[in-house]
Design a protein around this ligand. Sequence first.
Ligand SMILES: [Zn+2]
Length: 274
Amino acid sequence: MGLSVFISADIEGTAGVVSLLQCVPGEAEYEMGKRLMTGEVNAAVQGAIDAGASRIVVCDAHANMQNILPEQLLPEAELVRGAIRDSLQMQGIDDTYDALFVTGAHAAAGTHRGVLDHSWVSRMVYNIRIDGATLNEPCLNAITAGYYGVPLVMVSGDCAMVEQTKAVMPDVRGAVVKEGYSRYCARSLHPERARALIRETAREALENLEQFKPVSVPNPLCMEIDFYRTDMADAAELVPGVKRLGSRTVSFTGHPEEVFRVQELVLYRLKYEM
Ligand SMILES: [Zn+2]
């Protein structure tokens, strides 16, 4: 029996993606964004296969969670697609996996030269903290995986995101596919070069799996979210167990699995009611 790999795939960190036109369903360049994203996901899948993985599950982790083109995904991978979920970008993770890859990732909201930088939902979330630490999405996903004993071993995306992730988890392998000049401008590898780099980085990480440890996750876990506007905190506060810490800040403390669910619930509620 080979290794089991879980891949959480976002779009903003993909080579060649610099604009919301490529990331938002219905926008002019969205079809291009989906193709580029799917190509990089396939590269990560191929890297896992190269290292001997026998089970690969890809979780579509952007916007409506329906971006990866199912018929273009390599047939060795299964695909988690669509909403409603209980674990945002990590739907389906459990203790049967050996490693986590995060592809197409971007830096946390407020990161200088982070291409399309944001945290979960760009028009709502200013900061998200776990036990006091402000974290980007790959690090947040590493906590979810860590709860199930699964280590984050590899990320791909822009330079700012890779540096930010390595500042928290120095051992994580990073494939830098572009370097930001601003939030909406980057110098990017050609998609073919980016895919080759991702494949190689994924393979190398998985072949050195013994070097990685899952994040240890305390119980209870405390999550805080700073929103952009007070009405967002007003709505979030209606979710049972969520506390209002300030005019734009809420918190939730509980069992890690409850925290993952409440995070989804708070953001889902806001996405569809605002
Ligand atoms: Zn995204």
